[in-house]
Design a protein around this ligand. Structure first.
Ligand SMILES: [Fe+2]
Length: 359
C-alpha cells in the first residue's frame, strides 16, 4: 500500500521533471506583504572614487575602453551591476585631447557634470558644451560622443536605466561609423529653443525624442538651475519638510526628462531637519554642494560634496543639513516614471509611524 506522503513525494518529483512547480510553495516569496528589496542603503565617497578614476586615466587608453567609467555597484545588486533597482550611477573620466567615440544604445542616459571644463558632447548631431552642474540628456538610441578640448581631467556622473532595460531583455547597442559625429544642427539648438519656459515653440514635425517621450533638450545648464534656486529661495509650501524640490521637465509634455528617469534638484536650507518619507521609486542622490546627513531605515550616512547615496525602494529616509549658514544642493534621480506608468507608484510622508529618528 502506498502512503499519502510517498505519493506526494513521487508527484513532487514528477512536477520537477515536467518543469512545473507548486505555487503554494512559492506564495510568500512571490507575493511578499511589502517590497522585498535586495539593494542596500549605501554611500560612496568621492574622495575614494576620484584617485582610482585618475589612476585609470593614466593606465587605460580610450582606445581600450569604450568609456572610462567606474560603476557604483550596490552590494545587493552585483549581478545586475545596478546602483539601486532599475537605475545606475557611474563616474566617467575623459582627459584633454581624448574622444569617447560615438555609439548608441537602447538605455536612456544623462550626464551631470562634476568637475573640469572644455569638453563637449554631441547628441544626434547637436553639440553642447559641458560645464559643472549641467544636466545633459542622451535619450535611448540617440548617437552620442564626448570630446575634451580643454585642460585638466573632466569628470561627470553618468545615470542610466540599463539595469531595467536588461531585465526587460530589450537592449540594443551600436557603434557609429566614425569616431565622432559631424554636426548636423547648430550648437545647443534644442537648449535655446526650449529655454523660454512659458513660450514653447510649436514644432511641425515630431522629433525622434518626442516620439520616445524624452525631453528634446540636450543641456539643462547649471546657470539656469542656480538662477531658479536664487529666485525661488525657500519660500515654498512644504519646504520645511522636504526642502525645495524642483523637477527638471520635458517641455513637450510637462513630465520627466527621460521615459524611465526623473531628475530633480533638492535645496535644503541651513539647519534643515527633514520629514521622513518613503516611495516605491528607487533613488540615487548626488551631493552638488554642502554637507549633511541622510538617515535611511535608521542607518546614518554623513556626506559632503560629490558623494553619492543609494536610497532603495520603500526605505524610510530623511535629510538633514546641520550647518547654520550653508545651504545644501542635491541632484537626485529615480525610476519614478516607470512606476507611474505601471500604476505602481506609492509614497508615504509625514505619517506618524515615520516619527523622527535621532541622528
Ligand atoms: Fe553611451
Amino acid at each position: 500500500m502506498i502512503h499519502a506522503a510517498d505519493s506526494d513525494t513521487s508527484h513532487y518529483a514528477a512536477l520537477t521533471s515536467l518543469d512545473l512547480a507548486p505555487l503554494w510553495e512559492y506564495q510568500t516569496n512571490l507575493f511578499p506583504r511589502e517590497p522585498s528589496r535586495r539593494a542596500l542603503a549605501f554611500l560612496w565617497r568621492y574622495d575614494d572614487i576620484r584617485p582610482q578614476l585618475l589612476y585609470f586615466g593614466g593606465a587605460l587608453s580610450m582606445e581600450k575602453a569604450e568609456r572610462r567609467v567606474l560603476m557604483l555597484i550596490n552590494p545587493g545588486l552585483r549581478e545586475q551591476a545596478a546602483t539601486v533597482a532599475n537605475i545606475y550611477a557611474g563616474f566617467q573620466l575623459i582627459l584633454p585631447g581624448e574622444t569617447a567615440r560615438a555609439h548608441r544604445h537602447s538605455a536612456n542616459a544623462f550626464r551631470f557634470i562634476v568637475e573640469g571644463q572644455g569638453a563637449s558632447t554631441t547628441v544626434d548631431g547637436e553639440k553642447t558644451s559641458m560645464k559643472c552642474g549641467d544636466l545633459l540628456l542622451t535619450p535611448g538610441w540617440a548617437w552620442h560622443d564626448h570630446i575634451h578640448e580643454g585642460d585638466g581631467p573632466m569628470i561627470w556622473l553618468d545615470g542610466l536605466d540599463f539595469p531595467l532595460i536588461n531585465v526587460l531583455g530589450v537592449q540594443f547597442f551600436e557603434i557609429f561609423s566614425e569616431r565622432a559625429q559631424s554636426l548636423s544642427r547648430s550648437v545647443d539648438r534644442a537648449s535655446r529653443l526650449y529655454a523660454h519656459a512659458r513660450l514653447n515653440p510649436v514644432i511641425q514635425h515630431a522629433t525622434r525624442a518626442a516620439i520616445g517621450h524624452a525631453s528634446p533638450i540636450t543641456n539643462y545648464p547649471w546657470e539656469r538651475t542656480e538662477a531658479a534656486l536664487h529666485s525661488i529661495g525657500f519660500d515654498v509650501e512644504g519646504a520645511d519638510r522636504t526642502g525645495v524640490v524642483l523637477d527638471y521637465v520635458n517641455p513637450l509634455n510637462g513630465g520627466a526628462v527621460l521615459p524611465t528617469i526623473n531628475c530633480r534638484i533638492v535645496h535644503l536650507p541651513p539647519g534643515f531637519d527633514g520629514e521622513a518619507q518613503r516611495r516605491t521609486a528607487s533613488e540615487i542622490v548626488y551631493v552638488v554642494r554642502g554637507s549633511g546627513t541622510t538617515i535611511i531605515d535608521g542607518q546614518r550616512f554623513d556626506w559632503k560634496a560629490h558623494d553619492i547615496i543609494a536610497v532603495p525602494i520603500w526605505s524610510t529616509y530623511r535629510h538633514l543639513n546641520p550647518s547654520s549658514s550653508e545651504d545644501v544642493v542635491l541632484f537626485t534621480y529615480s525610476d519614478a516614471p516607470v512606476l507611474h506608468a505601471l500604476g505602481l507608484y506609492r509614497e508615504d510622508a509625514g505619517h506618524p509611524e515615520f516619527a523622527k529618528v535621532a541622528p
